[in-house]
Design a protein around this ligand. Sequence first.
Ligand SMILES: Nc1ncnc2c1ncn2[C@@H]1O[C@H](COP(=O)(O)OP(=O)(O)OP(=O)(O)O)[C@@H](O)[C@H]1O
Ligand SMILES: [Mg+2]
Length: 291
Amino acid sequence: MVAVAERRRTYQNRQGPTPRGQQGEPEEAKDVSHAERVRSFVLGHSTQPVLDASANNGAGWNGLTIVKLNKRHLARQRILTGAKRSAASDTFDTLRARMIKALRDNGWSRVAITSPTKGCGKTFTAANLAMSCARQTGLRSVLFDMDFRNPKLAGVLGVRPPGPFGEYLYDIEPPEAHLLRVEDNLAVALNDRAMAEPSDLLADDRTEATIAKMQEALTPDVVMFDMPPMLQFEDVRTFLPRVDAVLVVSGGKTTKAEEIREVERLLDGKVPLLGVVLNMAEGVSGKKGVY
Ligand SMILES: Nc1ncnc2c1ncn2[C@@H]1O[C@H](COP(=O)(O)OP(=O)(O)OP(=O)(O)O)[C@@H](O)[C@H]1O
Ligand SMILES: [Mg+2]
């Protein structure tokens, strides 16, 4: 199902993290605005209170705001959660196991998820893969909505993003102000607005520094990026130097073999192709349409 390429990444010029310990606003003022924002994060009603874990000064994983996802909303979006197993969840768990093995074998952590053209199921795959990672005890994961053309992860998860994503990437906001912990060991960085020309932001050194700083602060095992389609926009190619590997989602009924070859050609010599996921092999209406 998922072939793991042996090729190693050639780009090794990643910048190191920027120094931490920045001076922010006073803790008290930060806590108030933070708590206010937390109240409006979850769309719909939840009987569970939303926990604001900023009490420990916002440091590290335990400083992230906890948001409880609405299971019914996720089910409508076909995002598989919980411990209950099914053929579909097993498929994502297999994909996760192969991805994690490849990452560990090579000392990698960052994976871009893209497709040749739009609508192949990148966000669907990224969200389900992230949930599968969350099912694995002892594995800590972060999922970024890096699709500035069509940011849909927040809607799929049913969570309102805390603020402009660009401000976080430009290092104006700290990780704990932007990342939400939606499962015990899964955090997401969501985007609330599209951008017509995100190349400058994706290429900016501050974006790299922010991601590196997030990794230093939160120590995730895997960082996944839900990205735009590779053949339609330059964004993925611009962002390639920032990732260790790429997972390509192929739309079963729509993606042509030559489009996959074109994606492989664009990646060749730059970043390893982790695998090609055949999604929607039976169309989107069938319950077995996963892979
Ligand atoms: N395997 C699947 N089974 C059922 N529905 C699916 C499957 N994959 C994707 N879908 C549905 O197809 C639609 C498009 O999927 P998705 O938004 O994940 O694609 P995308 O590649 O991220 O699109 P875009 O290029 O616009 O970002 C969504 O409604 C999603 O729920
Ligand atoms: Mg998408």
